[in-house]
Design a protein around this ligand. Structure first.
Ligand SMILES: C[S@@+](CC[C@H](N)C(=O)[O-])C[C@H]1O[C@@H](n2cnc3c(N)ncnc32)[C@H](O)[C@@H]1O
Length: 246
């Protein structure tokens, strides 16, 4: 049987590679690590990659093992999930991966201008009803572009046709350079060792026979962003609900 939530939280509190600063703890000021992840947290100047909504964090851990020359931070609000990745990183002795437990709504309080090289969004909830909660909506892009390098890349991996079509439309509406796009990764030459790594949610969606979609793009930096004015068909399978397993 797995550890209970309190034990997981207690263990995470002992980890130096885990920062816990949810919205209600930050008191509207920037976090002390903002602009200082290289010198203070990782103690080197390797490129910094974020996984936003990392869940159990196994993708961040796998990326950190695959790219020892880069640093990774997995971000999520759910501590009991994040415990899995943070424990894996600890047990493996990985020094180039950390975890940040916070609300992505305040992600710009943690990273300074041009501090981040890449952002991964792995299987985010498509938030079909509320676009301001959608992690690829323009309100979030406005935050990401404050800390992403000019040549920085946003990667989206998703099962959701709605999320994929929305994000493509959002990127096109704002003239974001699109670097890669596929509606079916397994049938695409884009599939490589990195994109073959499967997250916890990805495995579940694959078991249900869903094609995995992938999109990579840059964010234009200066102009005000516009939401796309498009009608996108909702994903029918989501109405069946999804297990709330950790
Ligand atoms: C569908 S799960 C995907 C988890 C993981 N990336 C995977 O593929 O297995 C979405 C995750 O995003 C996190 N999340 C969604 N919105 C968030 C927000 N605004 N702030 C922090 N975490 C958020 C949730 O807590 C959840 O763990």
């Amino acid at each position: 049987m797995g550890k209970n939530k309190l034990a997981k939280f207690a263990e995470m509190a002992t980890y130096e590679h885990v920062v816990q600063a949810p919205y209600n703890k930050l008191n509207e000021s920037d976090h002390e690590l903002k602009g200082k992840w290289a010198e203070t947290f990782f103690k080197n100047h390797q490129p910094l990659v974020l996984e936003l909504g990392c869940g159990k964090g196994e993708y961040s851990v796998a990326l950190a093992e695959y790219f020892p020359e880069k640093n990774f931070v997995g971000v999520d609000i759910k501590g009991a999930r994040m415990w899995n990745g943070s424990k894996q990183a600890f047990d493996k002795g990985l020094k180039n991966v950390g975890f940040l437990r916070t609300n992505i709504e305040i992600i710009d309080s943690f990273f300074g201008a041009a501090e981040v090289d890449e952002i991964w969004l792995t299987f985010p909830d498509p938030q079909m009803k509320k676009n301001t909660k959608r992690l690829t909506a323009t309100n979030f892009m406005n935050k990401y572009r404050q800390f992403l390098k000019p040549e920085g890349i946003v990667h989206l991996k998703t099962d959701s046709n709605f999320q994929y079509q929305y994000t493509l439309a959002m990127a096109r509406e704002n003239n974001f350079p699109i670097l890669a796009e596929t509606e079916d990764l397994d049938q695409s030459p884009l599939l490589d060792e990195v994109l073959s790594i499967q997250t916890f949610y990805e495995k579940q969606w694959r078991e249900r026979g869903l094609a995995i979609k992938y999109l990579a793009f840059r964010i234009n930096r200066d102009k005000p962003l516009r939401e796309p004015d498009v009608e996108i068909e909702k994903d029918p399978y989501r109405s069946f609900g999804r297990s709330a397993r950790e």
